[in-house]
Design a protein. Structure first.
Length: 560
């Protein structure tokens, strides 16, 4: 997708509006700093002329004091500028990063599977920083450099129109040259950023799976994949790296022309006795100062290019359609009725996975779905859970089309439990509440008691303060499922979706988990999928699925 600069600016402006006062302070500080940069040499010119003309000592001391005051003010403004820059930049970047992460979590399951975690780290890191970096460079560093350059040339015009004209011509040609180099090579920076993200994603994947790779004797595979990714990153980074070489070459020529022109014209004017010694210093200093804004163009054109590439990548990412657009309808409390009618689904460019599936569950009813691997059971649950979008058919929950239900309300009322429970670094309490402060310890313990898990909770040496790690290193699969059941019970959902949660458990763990599940699902609507009929023995009815279609319904008598 071609990046639209107007849309990019609209994007930045939206985040900048959240921090108008800090940005106003940053702008004011930058203007004052630029003014001091231009005025400071004037104070030293006064001192040089006062010494050369044998002015009274008091005049010389005053000139020194004026120069020191200007230097001190410039240093203070520079420190304040750095502080404001970090503060504003971090705020805008964090806002942008949060929205990118929110968009990522709202994508469909098929889109999520297309992004490695290492690649997303690059998008959430370097790419999101590009938004503020690009416009800071564009509005402040480059626009500020133009302002400083114009002020310096204006001062030089009062001393020599010829010098001013020569330096202005050199400066304009330099800026145009930098701009041509920068614009021409943006696609190279985009390709470099993409190759870097892919490399990070691969390395993260290999590190996460290193025990399995060693056990399988796949070290050669890991090494060859790493070398291939490194070669690709190198080949994409090298052309982008030449940008800096081109910019430095152009800058070296420009610097020679500016300094040479300034010294030559200053020497001619001094020789003709038309300027003072202080003015000679001023011309030389301002000629050198012109280099600083132009060097900003050189240095920041490369950064500007990388930042623009980051904006392009994040905008492309944010343009990926969400799984389900959140509506405005709200669900009531208690068990929720579910109805599915003529639901068909196929993954992008793939064969049909579900074909005209229709069934309904009354509020409080428990329905099991059986079928072989690949028959479409998990896909069906992902659609009900709004992890994927669909175009053919209808799913209603509590009388509402699920696509019209407000996102947060939907997540609160629908509990989706999978066979793999995600644990996080934190305490047992943190893992149960997901760091929410909504639930008290008493409420957690009461929930465990209602689920018959008080004894399980007491098994943890530190109780709710027991520290857990990511993955399942601290807990067995059965214990992790019990934790998930307590976590979901606290939400008081109206619909519970169970995806093969007992498939990897031994008999004792499965019995314990099913006992807790039955307690959690009491008075709630339940849709559960499994391979074995024993795992669905507590359902009210069982649907059989094959090749994406329901073909038989088995009513259960005396179900619990």
């Amino acid at each position: 997708m071609k990046n639209d600069p107007v849309k990019s600016f609209t994007l930045f402006r939206r985040y900048a509006k959240l921090h108008e006062k800090p940005i106003l302070v940053l702008t004011t500080v930058y203007i004052v700093s630029t003014a001091l940069l231009v005025l400071a040499p004037q104070t030293l010119r006064v001192f040089i002329d006062s010494v050369h003309d044998s002015s009274p000592l008091m005049a010389q001391v005053l000139a020194i004091a004026l120069y020191l005051a200007a230097m001190l003010a410039q240093a203070m403004m520079a420190a304040l500028l750095d502080y404001q820059l970090v503060s504003v930049g971090q705020r805008i970047t964090d806002n942008y990063r949060r929205d990118v992460m929110s968009h990522y979590l709202s994508l469909s399951a098929q889109h999520l599977s297309g992004f490695r975690s290492g690649e997303m780290l690059t998008r959430l890191g370097e790419d999101t920083q590009g938004l503020f970096t690009y416009y800071y460079i564009l509005f402040y560093k480059l626009a500020g450099s133009v302002l400083a350059l114009a002020a310096i040339l204006a001062v030089l015009c009062t001393r020599s129109l010829l010098l001013c004209a020569v330096l202005a011509a050199v400066s304009i040609l330099s800026i145009l040259g930098f701009r041509i180099i920068q614009t021409r090579d943006i696609p190279k920076s985009v390709r470099r950023a993409k190759a870097s993200a892919e490399f990070n994603g691969l390395i993260k994947e290999l590190l996460d799976n290193s025990p399995s790779l060693r056990a399988l004797g796949a070290e050669n595979y890991a090494e060859s994949r790493t070398q291939a990714a490194m070669r690709k990153r190198f080949h994409e980074s090298l052309p982008a790296g030449f940008i800096y070489a081109n910019l430095w070459s152009a800058a070296t020529i420009m610097q020679s022309l500016v300094v040479g022109s300034g010294l030559l014209i200053a020497a001619l004017m001094w020789d003709s006795h038309s300027i003072t010694l202080g003015t000679v210093y001023l011309i030389y200093t301002y000629s050198a100062l012109i280099i600083s804004p132009l060097q900003d163009f050189r240095n920041h054109m490369g950064k500007l290019q990388a930042a623009k590439a980051g904006i392009t990548r994040t905008q492309d990412f944010l343009n990926i359609p969400l799984a389900v657009q959140s509506g405005g309808s709200s669900l009531g409390s208690g068990a929720l009725g579910l109805s599915i009618k003529d639901l068909s689904f196929a993954y992008e460019n793939g064969p049909e996975v579900l074909s005209r599936v229709s069934f309904s569950a009354r509020a409080g009813e428990r329905i099991g779905i059986m079928g072989e691997t690949g028959c479409g059971k998990s896909t069906l649950l992902s659609l009900i859970a709004r992890l994927n979008s669909f175009d053919s058919g209808m799913i209603t929950l509590g009388g509402f089309d699920i696509r019209e239900i407000e996102q947060r309300d939907f997540r609160e009322k629908v509990a989706y439990c999978t066979q793999r429970v995600q644990l996080i670094h934190g305490t047992l309490r943190d893992n149960i509440t997901l760091f929410s402060e909504t639930y008290t310890d008493d409420e957690i313990e009461e929930a465990a008691a209602l689920l018959g898990l008080s004894g399980w909770l007491r098994e943890f040496p530190g109780g709710l303060d027991t520290h857990l790690e990511m993955g399942e290193a601290n807990l067995s699969s059965g214990e992790a499922q019990l934790l998930a059941i307590v976590r979901l019970f606290l939400k008081q959902p109206g619909l519970v979706l169970l995806d093969e949660i007992s498939s990897n458990l031994d008999a004792a763990a499965e019995k314990r988990v099913l006992t807790a599940l039955k307690a959690m699902c009491e008075g709630r609507t339940v849709i559960a999928i499994a391979h074995k009929a024993e795992s669905l023995s507590w359902m009210d009815s069982i649907l059989h699925m094959k090749d994406g279609a329901l073909f038989r319904q088995e009513e259960k008598e005396g179900s619990i």
